[in-house]
Ligand binder design. Sequence first.
Ligand code: ADP
Length: 260
Amino acid sequence: MIVLKLGGSVITVKDKPMTPRPEAIRRLAGEIAEAGAKLILIHGGGSYGHPVASRYGIAGGYRSENQLRGFAETHQAMVKLNTLIVEALIEAGVPAIGVPPSSLIITTDGRITKLELQVIRGMLEMGLTPVLYGDAVLDTRRGFTILSGDQLASRLAVELGAERLIYGVDVDGVYTKDPKRGRGKLLERVTPSTLKELETASPTAFDVTGGMKGKVEEALRAAEMGVEVVILNAMREGIILKALRGEAVRGSWVVFDADD
Ligand code: ADP
């Protein structure tokens, strides 16, 4: 079984609110259909979930009643994006089913502490393809918060014993510098110590939002539990098909090396 996380930067136009990339979505659905792997798909929020969640301060937790509308709107924005993905998959021939994380998960200070797996396991056994996403969820300390698709993907990969976890983003992998801000080197292997080095050596190693850093941290958690993890560029045609088939692809392998 494989867990595939598709980043919000791949399936939406990040700086235009509620703007999908229909062509990328259709192409990726086709590659997933062609691969025919047993799979859970997770997608990010991109320009759907993020703007509304940050406007209402959902990640920071409950402070006032008017945030409830923001919680509801954040979830609903994600449901809309999820519908686009699920419809594209069904159209391509994948029996995809949208599964709302807010109905299955509770976090504690942002980390998953309750996770209902029976339904997801049953769907996989049946041959269905569950499609989850980053979502607004209840949190035992904060009231509510935002659960990232990156954390969810890593946790599901570990809990369900996935053989591979693939993070698809809009760059070729992890670089020594944010590739959108300067020229760095692609790291084909990322370990806990490379992460530490990057953080201390260079202030431009990661973007301000911590998107790639957070992703590597989540990836390392799964790698530590024996999952093969790769971060690659899902904008490149055919790469998801290859990665799902286990063929060699350009990207960063995230490896937990205890002696590292
Ligand atoms: P997504 O939302 O698609 O899952 P993120 O935006 O969270 O992805 O993370 C991917 C982005 O991280 C890339 O578009 C890239 O610009 C940025 N980034 C920042 N620092 C780095 C780095 N050192 N290596 C690679 N990408 C980086």
